[in-house]
Ligand binder design. Structure first.
Ligand code: ADP
Ligand code: MG
Length: 286
């Protein structure tokens, strides 16, 4: 083995915004058969925007914003941006709770309120019409968060996060290489499938709780070596477990620390470039 070839290789890729942390990463890249992607912030821009508010317009946004002002989730940011633009007043809540992979809840004027997905609906009454509206929005690639007050679901907010301009081309390049592509996300299955269709991803694993992402990677590893591409706090365990962890440069610190490769330019096309360069470097070392 010639460490020089390795340094030249990693030095060249670093200039292109692809940081490769060590030689082991290069070796693992050679046998990758599957590339697994997080959705939000990895395939999509990670800048979700509110597109629809269904229900009493005077009630839904103020209530949702009051709860979400206590959350750091990207969906919360979308709701707060909309509320600010609409000049909505945020009221303080008590007993706020963030429920990982599901949403948020708190007491508002002595009533339990929540904003979140199906998993939070449990005992709440929801009209068939609202449910139908949700399905329609989800099929159009919009993430739906329900707004609940007391025992009722009183409305919903649809939030859109568009794929990055280069995601489709990036996926196509990997597929041309013969690699299998998978989306792994906490979002709803209909939304995940709609986005996967837009960018050409083969298969979708949706409704995954943050704590379960790494287990899904492990299961996929039974049929070959797996690269995982992600950016969030909840992606860190999956980035560590994967044979090659690829973190977005715009990602959270913990994701960047957990990745063996970091894509400084946040361009998904650099996944293919990273694989190509690693292979070239490795063949020179051998
Ligand atoms: P991912 O980053 O893969 O999209 P998360 O686990 O962060 O997944 O979130 C999964 C789902 O949980 C979201 O799509 C949403 O339905 C719900 N959720 C999480 N946090 C919030 C929040 N603050 N407000 C509303 N919904 C939320
Ligand atoms: Mg993400």
């Amino acid at each position: 083995a010639t460490p020089t070839a390795l340094m030249v290789g990693t030095g060249r890729s670093a200039k292109m915004g692809i940081l490769i942390k060590n030689g082991e990463v290069l070796e693992a890249v050679n046998d990758i058969t599957t590339v697994v992607f997080d959705k939000t912030g990895t395939i999509t821009m990670g800048k979700p925007e509110v597109t629809d508010i269904v229900g009493d317009q005077k009630q839904i946004l103020p209530l949702a914003a009051s709860l979400e002002s206590n959350s750091e989730h990207p969906l919360a940011a979308a709701v707060l941006t909309k509320a600010k633009a609409a000049g909505v007043k945020v009221t303080p809540v008590t007993e706020f709770q963030a429920i990982e992979g599901k949403g948020v809840q708190a007491l508002v004027n002595d009533q339990m309120a929540f904003v979140g997905n199906d998993k939070l609906l449990a005992d709440h009454a929801i009209t068939a019409e609202l449910k139908r509206t949700a399905v329609k929005l989800q099929t159009a690639a919009k993430t739906v968060v329900y707004v609940g007050l007391g025992t009722q679901v009183i409305g919903l907010i649809a939030i859109q996060d568009t794929p990055k301009a280069t995601s489709k081309e990036a996926i196509a390049a990997l597929k041309t290489r013969g690699l299998k592509t998978v989306m792994l996300t906490g979002d709803n299955e209909r939304v995940a499938k709609a986005i996967a269709d837009q960018v050409g991803i083969d298969s979708v694993i949706a409704d995954v709780l943050p704590a379960d992402k790494a287990d899904h990677v492990k299961a996929l590893q039974k049929s070959g070596k797996v690269a995982f591409v992600g950016d969030g706090i909840n992606d860190a365990p999956a980035l560590t477990v994967a044979d090659v962890g690829i973190a977005m440069g715009s990602g959270t610190d913990i994701a960047i620390e957990s990745g063996g490769i970091v894509l400084v330019k946040n361009d998904l096309r650099d996944v293919d470039l990273a694989l190509a360069m690693s292979r070239k470097t490795f063949s020179r070392i051998k």
